[in-house]
Design a binder for this molecule. Structure first.
Ligand SMILES: *[C@@H]1O[C@H](CO)[C@@H](O)[C@H](O)[C@H]1NC(C)=O
Ligand SMILES: *[C@@H]1O[C@H](CO)[C@@H](O)[C@H](O)[C@H]1NC(C)=O
Ligand SMILES: *[C@@H]1O[C@H](CO)[C@@H](O)[C@H](O)[C@H]1NC(C)=O
Ligand SMILES: *[C@@H]1O[C@H](CO)[C@@H](O)[C@H](O)[C@H]1NC(C)=O
Ligand SMILES: *[C@@H]1O[C@H](CO)[C@@H](O)[C@H](O)[C@H]1NC(C)=O
Length: 335
C-alpha cells in the first residue's frame, strides 16, 4: 500500500518536473534561476542544529557513496575488498560494477576511490562512524536520475558504466554535492580541529569536482552517443535537477552557462560552478538528503539510499517520517 503510494507520488513528481522543465526551457535558463530562487522557503533551507560529531558523521554517507562508486568503477571491487573494517558491517552496495573507462579516466577514478577510503578512515578514526548505509549504484538507478534530469525516458536507457563520458556525467552528480555540504557545515562546527578536518576533506572534494568538470568541458559540445544531447546539455539538465530536488534555489550550474551565471558575468564557460562572487555554494544536510534520495524530501528515502542515509541527522528526518505515518494512521482510523 505504502509502496504503491510512493510509486505514484514519484511518477507525479517527475511529471510535474517534466512540465516545469518544458516551461523553463521555453522561458530560458535565466528565468529558471530567478524562479527557483524566489520559491525558496526559508525554514526549508535553514541548517540543522547538531553537535560536531553528528555534523561530520553525516558526511560519511556521501563518502561511502563516492568510495563505492569510484572503487568499483575503476577496479570492479569496493571497500569490502580494500578495507572491510571500514564498512562497520554495513551491506554491500547494489549494482556497483566496473565501468568501461579509458586508461586516463580509469587511473583518475582509481585514485579518487582510494582518496575516499582515506576520507572514510579519517572520519571514523577521529569521530567514530556508523555502518555503511545500503547504497544503490545500479545503472538502472542512474538511468532513472538521467531520465528525471532530461525530462523524458532516454532511449536506450542511460548506462553510466558504458563509457568514460557516461561515467563522468554520472559522477558529476556527486562530489559537487559533497563539497557544497562541507561548505555549509564548517560555520556550525565548534572545535577548530573539526573545522580543519572538514576544510581538508573539502579541498580534495573540490579537486575531484574540478577534474571531473574539466574532463567533461573538453567535450562540452560533443553529442553523448547515441543521444541528441551534448555533454554540456547533460550537465545543465543534471544541475537543474539537483536544484529542483534541493528546493533552495540555484546552487548548481552546468559547464556552459549564460554569461549572467559565468564568472563576473563575462564567461559562458563554467568549468567551476560557483556563485556571483565565485564563492562555492553551501548546502544544508536536508538539502543534500533531498538530492541524494532523489525525492526532493529529506524524510522520503530513495535514489542512492533506498533505505535512507545513516547517522543521527538523517535518522532524525526518517523518524519524523515514521511519526508522521503514525499520525496519519491515527487520523485515518478516527474516521
Ligand atoms: C550555522 O551557521 C550559519 C552560518 O554562519 C548560521 O546562519 C546558522 O544560524 C548556524 N546554525 C546553527 C544551527 O548553529
Ligand atoms: C552528539 O549528539 C548526539 C545526539 O544527536 C549524541 O548522541 C552524542 O552523544 C553527541 N556527541 C557529543 C560528542 O556530544
Ligand atoms: C581490520 O581489523 C583487524 C582486527 O582489528 C586488523 O587485524 C586488521 O589489520 C584491520 N585491517 C585493516 C586493513 O585495517
Ligand atoms: C551580473 O549581472 C547581474 C544581473 O544579471 C547583476 O545583478 C550582478 O551584479 C552582475 N555581477 C557583476 C559582478 O557584475
Ligand atoms: C515527505 O515525505 C514524508 C514521508 O513520505 C511525508 O509524510 C511528507 O508529507 C513529505 N513532505 C513533503 C513536503 O512532501
Amino acid at each position: 500500500m505504502k509502496a504503491m503510494h510512493m510509486a505514484t507520488s514519484s511518477i507525479s513528481y517527475f511529471t510535474t518536473a517534466f512540465v516545469l522543465l518544458l516551461a523553463l526551457e521555453y522561458l530560458g535558463l535565466d528565468q529558471l534561476v530567478i524562479g527557483s530562487t524566489t520559491s525558496c522557503a526559508r525554514n526549508r533551507c535553514r541548517p540543522v542544529r547538531a553537535n560536531d560529531t553528528d555534523l561530520i558523521q553525516f558526511a560519511l554517507n556521501l563518502e561511502y557513496l563516492e568510495t563505492e562508486l569510484f572503487l568499483n568503477a575503476a577496479l570492479g571491487r569496493g571497500l569490502d575488498y580494500i578495507n572491510p573494517n571500514l564498512t562497520l558491517g554495513g551491506p554491500p552496495p547494489i549494482g556497483a560494477q566496473k565501468a568501461n573507462l579509458d586508461p586516463l579516466v580509469r587511473s583518475i577514478i582509481e585514485e579518487f576511490g582510494y582518496q575516499e577510503v582515506g576520507h572514510v578512515r579519517a572520519i571514523i578514526t577521529r569521530l567514530g562512524g556508523f555502518p555503511r548505509p545500503q547504497l544503490d549504484l545500479s545503472r538502472e538507478n542512474f538511468a532513472r536520475l538521467m531520465d528525471a534530469a532530461v525530462g523524458y525516458p532516454l532511449n536506450p536507457p542511460f548506462n553510466i558504466y558504458a563509457s568514460s563520458i557516461n561515467f563522468l556525467l554520472g559522477s558529476y552528480c556527486i562530489p559537487h554535492v559533497g563539497l557544497n555540504g562541507y561548505v555549509g557545515t564548517i560555520p556550525n562546527l565548534t572545535r577548530p580541529d573539526n573545522r580543519r578536518l572538514v576544510a581538508s576533506l573539502m579541498g580534495v572534494e573540490a579537486g575531484q569536482d574540478a577534474v571531473i568538470r574539466a574532463l567533461l568541458y573538453k567535450f562540452a559540445f560533443l553529442k553523448v552517443y547515441p543521444y541528441e544531447l551534448t555533454v554540456a546539455d547533460f550537465t545543465n539538465h543534471i544541475s537543474w535537477l539537483r536544484n529542483e530536488l534541493g528546493r533552495c534555489g540555484n546552487k548548481d550550474e552546468g559547464i556552459i552557462v549564460p554569461e549572467t551565471l559565468g564568472a563576473e558575468n563575462r564567461t559562458w564557460s563554467n568549468v567551476l560552478s560557483a556563485d556571483w562572487e565565485s564563492l562555492t555554494y553551501a548546502r544544508t544536510q536536508p538539502e543534500i538528503l533531498r538530492i541524494v534520495y532523489a525525492t526532493g524530501n529529506e524524510s522520503w528515502p530513495g535514489g542512492f539510499f533506498p533505505r535512507g542515509a545513516n547517522g543521527n541527522i538523517a535518522m532524525r528526518f526518517l523518524k519524523n517520517n515514521i511519526i508522521a505515518d503514525q499520525n496519519n494512521l491515527q487520523e485515518a482510523t478516527k474516521h
